[in-house]
Design a protein. Structure first.
Length: 149
């Protein structure tokens, strides 16, 4: 059974300026927490999109019974972007809704909000959604949890 973490530290490739206790700070990571029942709708939408893309791309008879290795967040996003079955914009909108629901804290202390997502680099945001999907929504199907970026 894979180890399922309750938190993942996602390291940003571009620092993120945010306000904390009236001071302008620079964030270098976002602490991601496991979803709760409150987040089940968004998590289910991300999981379903992933499985639609994966099922479409799967080769018949492949796998040999071994447990699959967890992809990275960026690999998930690349696969979804290449899928004709997935609207990546809608997928990312669901990811944004999930990450701004309280499961993501900049520097482990400040809630990730819509304006903070808007200020993030697109690469960081997309990879963070992918890491969240792999680390929490899909963790039970993989033999290991993702590497933090």
């Amino acid at each position: 059974m894979p180890e399922i973490k309750s938190q993942i530290r996602f390291v940003l490739t571009s620092p993120l300026s945010y306000s904390h206790k009236g001071q302008l700070e620079e964030g270098t990571f976002v602490e991601l927490s496991a979803p709760t029942g409150k987040n089940s709708r968004e998590c289910a939408a991300l999981k379903q999109a992933f499985f639609r893309a994966a099922t479409r791309e799967a080769s018949p008879g492949g796998g040999g019974g071994a447990e699959p290795e967890a992809p990275t967040g960026s690999e998930v996003i690349m696969a979804l972007a290449a899928s004709k079955e997935i609207d990546l914009g809608e997928f990312l909108a669901q990811g944004r809704k999930l990450l701004t629901s309280g499961v993501a804290l900049v520097e482990g202390e400040e809630k990730l909000t819509g304006p903070l997502v808007d200020a993030m680099s697109d690469e960081d945001f997309q990879n963070m959604v992918g890491e969240y999907l792999v680390g929490f929504c899909l963790a039970s199907i993989y033999s290991r949890t993702p590497k933090s970026s």
